[in-house]
Design a protein around this ligand. Structure first.
Ligand code: FPP
Length: 247
């Protein structure tokens, strides 16, 4: 395989070993804003622009899917003002999907527990997903009111319901079965998880899917994360020896 066209910051990459699914914890927005004397919401706005840039780059180099952690089940505990600002920002991006994704072939999807999101946001999600569903490029999976433990708990409940209803035999429940009850059911395996800003935790992100993912960290706050950093992450990924428990 060759890159579609000459892509900047991709010259060093092996086009035959591109991670299919990358998870990104977009961390450091608050610190970025503080350093500039700006409100935290300005950091989140800048972070959203970074995500767009990185999604376009990843689409060009052949990544099939990005799951971006936009709002966790724990983020409700932030000051109300910040929660509101984040929700407004997400709403704006979803509602302006035509402009925000103009000229891209990106498919937008949202994962997480939507029951706690406002009706306004739920409608905007439906609209954005519907608007982009015919595209054929990278899938941008936005994790919104998402928690890894919540996802696994939900999967267990769904399995229990199917067993109780006689649709599934308890003995037949395997790892593959459970995978099908996760939000990421139809997506490729997560190959790489990236967390910038000098933090080294999963913070309840993609717990089930991270089993065999490679991890990549750096000290850059997410708004300053560039194509060059993504190239380095993929380059480092390509040097890893993935054994999946074998020798
Ligand atoms: C973590 O940084 C970031 C978040 C909790 C929110 C991330 C959300 C976005 C970048 C918006 C996404 C937009 C779209 C369109 C999907 P932090 O606030 O914890 O930073 P800090 O650790 O420096 O305080």
């Amino acid at each position: 395989m060759f890159f579609k066209k000459k892509t900047k910051h991709a010259e060093s990459l092996d086009p035959n070993n591109i991670p299919q699914h990358i998870g990104i914890i977009m961390d450091g927005n608050g610190r970025w804003a503080k350093r500039k004397g700006l409100p935290r919401s300005a950091g989140h706005r800048a972070g959203a622009e970074t995500l767009k840039k990185i999604v376009k780059y990843c689409d060009k180099i052949g990544v099939k899917c990005i799951t971006a952690y936009a709002f966790s089940t724990e983020n409700w505990n932030r000051p109300q003002k910040e929660v509101d600002a984040l929700m407004d920002l997400l709403y704006m991006y979803l509602q302006q999907v035509e402009e925000q994704f103009a000229g891209t072939n990106v498919i937008l999807r949202v994962i997480g527990d939507r029951s706690r999101l406002s009706e306004k946001i739920n409608k905007a999600i439906d609209y954005a997903e519907d608007y982009t569903k015919g595209n054929s490029g990278l899938i941008l999976n936005v994790a919104l009111n998402y928690g890894g433990r919540d996802e696994i708990t939900r999967a267990a409940q769904l399995v229990a319901k199917d067993v109780a209803a006689g649709r599934l035999s308890a003995d037949a429940v395997s790892e593959d079965t459970l995978s099908k009850y996760m939000y990421t059911e139809s997506l490729p395996e997560v190959d790489l998880i990236i967390r910038p800003s000098g933090e080294y935790r999963l913070s309840n992100f993609l717990l089930w899917q991270a089993a065999y993912a490679e991890f990549w960290f750096n000290n850059i706050n997410w708004p300053d994360f560039s194509e060059k950093h993504m190239e380095q992450a993929v380059l480092d990924y390509q040097k890893r020896n993935r054994r999946f428990g074998k020798v």
